[in-house]
Design a protein around this ligand. Sequence first.
Ligand code: ATP
Ligand code: MG
Length: 293
Amino acid sequence: MAAGRLVDFIKEPGITRELLGPRNKLILVIGGPDTGKTTLIECIADLLAEHQEVGVVDLDMGQSHIGMPTTIAWGKIKGVFKDWSDIRTEDFYFTGTLSPPGNLVPALVGAKLITEKALFFCQKVIVDTTGLIAEPAGRVLKQYKIDILSPDIILALERAKELGHILDSYTLQKFPLVYRLSVPMQVELKSIAGRAQYRALRFKSYFTNARTHEVSYEDMGIRFTREPIQFSTSELKDTVVSFRDVRNRDLALGIVEGLNVRHKKLVILSPINPDVKFSTLLFGMTKITLQKN
Ligand SMILES: Nc1ncnc2c1ncn2[C@@H]1O[C@H](COP(=O)(O)OP(=O)(O)OP(=O)(O)O)[C@@H](O)[C@H]1O
Ligand SMILES: [Mg+2]
């Protein structure tokens, strides 16, 4: 179904041939907010997954379609793209925030680590990105993302050449192949409230079967994605954290509910399997309160 809409985005058959070409493994999709990036990825995934297993990397830690908000994650599509909710999260990387500004290092490191994992398992990998394109953070992040990920193809969605400050410098380069596409008329704008609601539902669904864990903070490594947070109930309460295993991999997210200084324990709500060994707690900058209904 999604493949039918590919023509809304891509008019030249030459681009479709390049997308299908076996040498072109990594495809990066960029564009400002509400330019159809994720919809274009649905269409390309549909086209490519007919022939092979396709990995999709979701770098949008605010409006995540794979994995939870605050994370970068990837999943596999085989056969045809049906719905984002059908895609299992294979691995995720906790960035600690809902958008990249002020947090470019975790955003870039996560992008590289998760894309590498997807490329190890899949013949084709498509990368979805945030709509951050504005100067200076958007330009810096996108250009360094291109350097470090080294995509074979970049599909750039624009309304009025607004990606020039990011892409004009690639005009004389042979690699990567850069295709600048027009945003289709049908693309709809999302409201800020709608985006916040989407995030709240994603968090709510992730924590549906969560339970409270008492974690001794003296028996584990403590890290912060940015400035260290003072260990007091008021500072820590509602902070999103990630549990890491002994191999430094993110296992599950949690929300700090409280602090028991006398027993040196943190009270954390998380769906983490209590039998899984974790060794480090990584504290992010985002605080959330789960929606009741
Ligand atoms: N070709 C199309 N035909 C009809 N509707 C479309 C088309 N492309 C996008 N849309 C709709 O427009 C909206 C925005 O598209 P989409 O979410 O793909 O944009 P995006 O650039 O990924 O947004 P974000 O900045 O949130 O990441 C969605 O509701 C989507 O269903
Ligand atoms: Mg999107």
